[in-house]
Structures are given as structure tokens and as C-alpha cells.
Design a protein around this ligand. Structure first.
Ligand SMILES: Cc1cc2nc3c(=O)[nH]c(=O)nc-3n(C[C@H](O)[C@H](O)[C@H](O)COP(=O)(O)OP(=O)(O)OC[C@H]3O[C@@H](n4cnc5c(N)ncnc54)[C@H](O)[C@@H]3O)c2cc1C
Length: 461
């Protein structure tokens, strides 16, 4: 930094006004952390200033100023990330776009134009009010559009509509120089050279700040049901997943969860999980334009389930019932968080999911560790939790994680399919990605941000 944080504060006040520049530590507490478990969350730096601009122009001026003065800038969204990605680990500026939260729905084009500080919950509501649907659902609706793009979020409903990348059609971004770029547009097709927009998606706040996005919406499904299929053996549940997809049915979501973890989440919310048979369960969300379509899909799934020894299914039809099920599923992480060291998001080809689970069982036995495993079975994406023992981080935690990662990669997978690299996975990023790929990425970082002011210490050491 060329100047003191006191001088930075004055510089920011001249851009956004005194009211929107915060220096008191107590008032910025919530901006110093994300949802990463306490045991491993990186520590925030000491000398920080929080700024809340209200327009693209103000964001542009902030970045130009920070770049000239070589002040690190940490873009934050809803702070729901799980790899310390937004934590301000060096002295500098915390940049929150929460005041930039407008959403306009373009019904004709089935798209929304959303400012980066709008939350996922806001977008789902705005789409619904316009008679449309934004399906993406990572567990926490407090995540913001900027954060969802920067992490290329996935979540439970990716089987049918894909991850964030599949929704983003255009972005407005600000480079560290303060230059404003509009990439993409309300277009379905666009082949104008290298696709910079897709480079920005998943760049974790290290290349630019996203201020606005054009996002694809879908017609609201007229009918939807949620099935809970109980299995006594996990192998049966996992084997059923590709068979369901091969049967020609594409559900919104296919989640694998253990009964123990579902009960923990339900207890945490003061609810009761409705299906108490079967230690291994599949939660399947189906949607369609007619009741017949949805019920004939249910029948096909029931045939596959029966063939794979499923017990009696529960079919939730009302909106409230389905929301309650999704809420319990979304709260497994929250329920387990207090006793957790880390949440992994290993991803393998769907056909290797069972192999990965068998390997995790073997590790669980060898280390004598309780390893809750659940996740987006329809995407080959598993959340494995490393838990504390007697309230402490066990000495084997890093070795165990290393073995899970090795198994994942040897099965043709990647160590992160959702949460990204952030601060926490830098070591593994270097271990499991080729030097050539890392060097190419470093060069890209240098082209966008030669002074390394944007989210320093993330992805790269
Ligand atoms: C209970 C729970 C369940 C979750 N389930 C899922 C899941 O199923 N799938 C999934 O993918 N994730 C999941 N997550 C993780 C998290 O919700 C997503 O990563 C989300 O996309 C983060 O958005 P955010 O706004 O909170 O970003 P933050 O956590 O604030 O930031 C994340 C990254 O984005 C960058 N960033 C934020 N805003 C901008 C911007 N405007 N411009 C540039 N960079 C920016 C930050 O610098 C940081 O690197 C879950 C989290 C929780 C707590």
C-alpha cells in the first residue's frame, strides 16, 4: 500500500460520501468472515475499511483509486462462501455491493437484469412475481448475484438446468483500472472471439468486480413433486441414480443423503423428518408442465427404485411440504457446522460416485472418523465432512483430507466442483493442477490485475 488506511478512508469518502465508509471494527464484524467452519476460516487483517458504493460509476472510481494507491480490494457478496474466498486477509478495502440490488425482469426475453448486490432470494422472488422461475439453488438464499457468478455456484437444482454458468448471458464488470466492460448480452448465441464472460464466471473476485448480470429465467413449472426414496443399502441408492437419468426422466434435483444427517438437520430446525425407514435416501424433485407429465415421470422413477430395492416412497405434492423438505436438506451443513472441521465438495463422474463412497468408508474405518457424506448425486458431487473429535480438530484431519482428494482425482474427479479454491484450497490447487495450467492462469491474472490488488492471496499464494 502506498498510503495509510486513514488516507484510504478519506479517499473513499470523497467517492461515496461519509455515510457509506465504515471503519469501526464492530460495525464490520459480519464482513470479516464467510460461512467457512471456524476451525479453518482464515483470519481477517487488522487495518480495514468497508465501503458500500451505490453505482457502477462509484465502483469504477473506487477501483481506479485503489489501483493507483496499490490498496488491496476484497469484493464481498453475501459471505456464504465455504473456502474463505471473501475474507479480507490483508490490510485494505472491503467492497460490498449490497446497495446495488435492483432487479428487472424482461418477460419477453425470459431474462433478468440484476445488480450484483441483489440476493438469490430477491431474484427467485422477482422471477416468481413475473410468472417465471430461477431454478439455481445453492443452500443459502443470502448469497448475492456477484458471489454466485464469482464462484460459479451449483446446488441442488443443477441436474436439469445446470450451474450458474448456464444462466449467465451477460455481465457488467469493472477492471482494476476502473474501466467498465459489458460482456455478452441478452443473447442465446455469441461467438465474438474468446469468451471473456465465461472466464469471469468462477474467477472468485481475483480478475474484476462484477456489478451487473443478465440471467436466463425459465417458465414456472405448473406441477412439481418431491419424492423421498428410502434404501437400506447405500449401493442401491447410488446405483439407481444413473438408471433414473437413463430412463429419460431429468429431475430438477437428485440428492443423496443419510437418514442420520437428515434427522440432525430436522432436529436443528425443530422439525421431524417424514421418512424414518432406510439409512440411505434419495430426494428427487420433479417438475413439468402438466400433472400427467410429472406423474408419468414418478412412475418411471418408481420402477427403477423398486428394481433397486427401495422401500416405500413419500410423495410430497403441496408447495409447503416440498419447501419444508428442501429447507431440511439445505440445513444439513448448518446443523453439523459447530462440530465440523471442513466441508469438502469432491466431484467425480457420476458412474464413479459409488467407488468414491466405498473409499470414504474405508478411510472412515481406518482413521476411526465419523465422515458424514451427502450431496448432489445427480451431478457426481459429494459433500464429505471432516468432523471434530471431542470438540477438537483431530491430528489426522489434513492427512485424511489428502487421501480423500487423492481418491477423487484418481477416479477422474476434481477436488472442488462447487466451492472453488478461495484461500483454503490453494495447496491442493497446486498439487492437483498441472504447472502449465497454473501458469496460464497466473498470466491471465497478471493481464487483468497486474498490481494484484483484487482479492490477493486467493487461488494463488
Ligand atoms: C448452508 C450453505 C449451503 C451451500 N450450498 C451450496 C451449494 O449447494 N452449491 C454451491 O455451489 N455453493 C453452496 N454454498 C456456498 C455459497 O453459498 C456459494 O459459494 C455462493 O455462490 C457464494 O455467494 P456469496 O454472495 O455469499 O459470495 P461470498 O461468500 O461473499 O464471496 C465468494 C467469492 O465471490 C467473490 N465475490 C463476491 N461478490 C463479488 C462481485 N460482485 N464481483 C467479484 N467477485 C465477487 C468474493 O471475493 C469471493 O471470492 C453453500 C453455503 C452455505 C452456507
Amino acid at each position: 500500500m502506498r498510503i495509510s488506511i486513514k488516507e484510504v478512508t478519506e479517499g473513499l469518502k470523497s467517492i461515496v460520501g461519509e455515510e457509506w465508509v465504515i471503519t469501526e471494527r464492530e460495525s464490520m464484524e459480519g464482513y470479516l468472515r464467510d460461512e467457512t467452519p471456524d476451525a479453518i476460516r482464515p483470519k481477517a487483517a487488522e487495518n480495514l475499511v468497508l465501503v458500500k458504493p451505490s453505482s457502477t460509476r462509484e465502483v469504477s472510481e473506487i477501483l481506479r483509486y485503489a489501483n493507483e494507491m496499490l490498496v488491496p480490494v476484497f469484493p464481498v457478496g453475501g459471505r456464504t462462501g465455504l473456502v474463505g474466498g471473501c475474507v479480507p486477509i490483508e490490510d485494505g478495502i472491503i467492497l460490498s455491493l449490497e446497495r446495488m440490488n435492483k432487479i428487472e425482469v424482461d418477460v419477453e426475453n425470459l431474462m433478468a437484469v440484476a445488480e450484483a448486490g441483489a440476493t438469490l432470494g430477491d431474484l427467485i422472488k422477482a422471477a416468481d412475481e413475473a410468472g417465471l422461475f430461477f431454478p439455481l439453488h445453492p443452500g443459502d438464499e443470502g448469497a448475492q448475484i456477484g458471489g454466485l457468478i464469482a464462484t460459479n455456484a451449483g446446488g441442488v437444482r443443477a441436474v436439469k438446468y445446470g450451474v450458474m454458468r448456464n444462466y449467465v448471458k451477460g455481465v457488467e464488470i469493472i477492471l482494476p483500472t476502473g474501466e467498465i466492460l459489458n460482456l455478452g448480452g441478452m443473447l442465446i448465441k455469441n461467438n465474438m472471439g474468446y469468451d471473456l464472460m465465461h472466464l469471469i464466471i468462477g474467477s472468485e473476485g481475483t480478475l474484476c468486480v462484477v456489478t451487473k448480470a443478465i440471467l436466463k429465467l425459465y417458465p414456472r413449472s405448473r406441477y412439481s413433486v418431491t419424492l423421498i426414496l428410502p434404501f437400506n443399502k447405500r449401493e442401491d441408492a447410488i446405483r439407481a441414480v444413473p438408471e433414473i437419468l437413463r430412463s429419460g426422466v431429468t429431475p430438477l434435483a437428485i440428492e443423496y443423503v443419510g437418514l442420520k444427517e437428515l434427522n440432525a438437520a430436522a432436529n436443528h430446525l425443530g422439525e421431524e423428518w417424514p421418512v424414518q425407514s432406510g439409512d440411505a435416501q434419495l430426494l428427487i424433485i420433479l417438475s413439468g408442465s402438466s400433472e400427467d407429465e410429472v406423474y408419468s415421470a414418478c412412475e418411471r422413477i418408481s420402477e427403477v427404485a423398486e428394481k433397486n430395492n427401495a422401500g416405500e416412497a413419500l410423495i410430497a405434492e403441496t408447495h409447503d411440504e416440498q419447501e419444508r423438505i428442501l429447507k431440511v436438506r439445505s440445513n444439513i451443513y448448518t446443523a453439523l457446522k459447530r462440530d465440523m472441521v471442513d466441508i469438502l465438495d469432491a466431484t467425480v463422474p457420476m458412474s464413479r460416485l459409488l467407488d468414491l463412497m466405498i473409499k470414504i468408508d474405508e478411510l472412515s474405518k481406518r482413521y476411526g472418523a465419523y465422515l458424514p457424506v451427502y450431496g448432489h448425486a445427480g451431478d457426481g458431487n459429494l459433500h464429505v465432512h471432516v468432523m471434530k473429535e471431542n470438540g477438537e480438530v483431530p491430528s489426522y484431519a489434513d492427512d485424511l483430507k489428502g487421501e480423500i482428494y487423492e481418491a477423487t482425482v484418481s477416479l477422474g474427479g476434481v477436488i472442488t466442483g462447487e466451492h472453488g479454491v478461495g484461500r483454503l484450497r490453494i495447496k491442493e490447487f497446486h498439487r492437483f493442477l498441472s504447472e502449465k495450467e497454473r501458469n496460464l492462469m497466473r498470466e491471465i491474472k497478471r493481464v487483468f490485475d497486474p498490481n494484484n490488488i483484487l482479492n490477493p492471496g486467493k487461488i494463488f499464494p
